[in-house]
Design a protein. Structure first.
Length: 263
């Protein structure tokens, strides 16, 4: 009889170990955080948590609604997410909680977001992009599904570049790469892209929803500038519909984004 309280206490401790971790914060995996809320402490591979709504290129001061959900398997036990400037611990913009989410601050990981309660299929929150001049920002997310001691976990890192809004013919330049759109409002069938990379580069064209419509891979070149003529067609060879598009020029460590219009 005297052992019952001890056994009950041990049972409670085990329960807290199994179910307490979904309330933990400060584990998004961002620089300055305590690691990732899943793989650092518990869980296994194979998570299916996704993030949608985070832009490839952001407009300073613009707000974006982000959705975190799982695509298969158990509900989300918890996730931690924060958005940082480049690859350091400085906060990039602001986060406002929404459906099934809550913000947190823990130690060096200020202004993160997680589930407001455990075991949800999805949640939403709003990220407001920082002021001009910040440059690249990174979203860090670590999440866990199912059991807090053995469920599958997910770790995500996404990058968004500041959208440039140069006039037609002006040169967008970042580090070693350069991108010029001529014209920036397309009324014919061709767009001219000019850049001067000193390394392998790739050009990706996205529609307004962020869907990839075309890719152009460029080998290394030491001569600059260099011109490429691209027909305004998608990867299936179909003409692009009218509207706004985004050109993203990338190397292994740099990214430059420009908007253009198809009419």
């Amino acid at each position: 009889m005297q052992r019952m309280p001890v056994i009950a206490a041990l049972g409670l401790a085990v329960a807290l170990l199994a179910y307490g971790r979904p309330t933990y914060v400060g584990y998004s995996g961002a620089p300055g955080s305590r690691g990732t809320c899943a793989s650092t402490c518990h869980g296994g591979s194979g998570g299916t948590i996704t993030v949608s709504g985070f832009p490839t290129a952001y407009e300073p001061g613009q707000s974006y609604e982000l959705t975190v959900r799982h695509t298969s398997g158990s509900t989300i036990s918890n996730f931690n997410c924060s958005i940082r400037i480049a690859s350091n611990s400085a906060i990039a913009g602001t986060i406002t909680a929404g459906l099934n989410s809550a913000t947190y601050t823990h130690g060096q990981e200020a202004l993160g977001v997680h589930l407001s309660s455990s075991n949800k299929d999805s949640c939403k929150f709003t990220w407001t992009a920082p002021s001009p001049g910040v440059g690249d920002v990174k979203l860090y997310l670590a999440g866990l599904q199912g059991s807090s001691t053995g469920g599958p976990n997910t770790a995500i890192v996404l990058t968004a570049s500041q959208l440039t809004g140069l006039a037609e013919g002006e040169s967008g330049r970042l580090g070693h790469i350069q991108l010029v759109l001529a014209p920036s409002i397309v009324t014919r069938t061709l767009v001219q892209w000019v850049w001067s990379p000193d390394r392998d580069a790739r050009l990706t064209v996205l529609d307004a929803s962020g869907r990839v419509v075309s890719r152009v891979r460029i080998g290394q070149t030491v001569t600059a500038p260099r011109r490429v003529v691209w027909q305004t067609k998608d990867r299936a060879g179909r003409p692009l519909a009218g509207g706004a598009y985004l050109a993203v020029l990338e190397t292994s460590d740099e990214r430059l984004c420009r908007r253009f219009i198809v009419r």
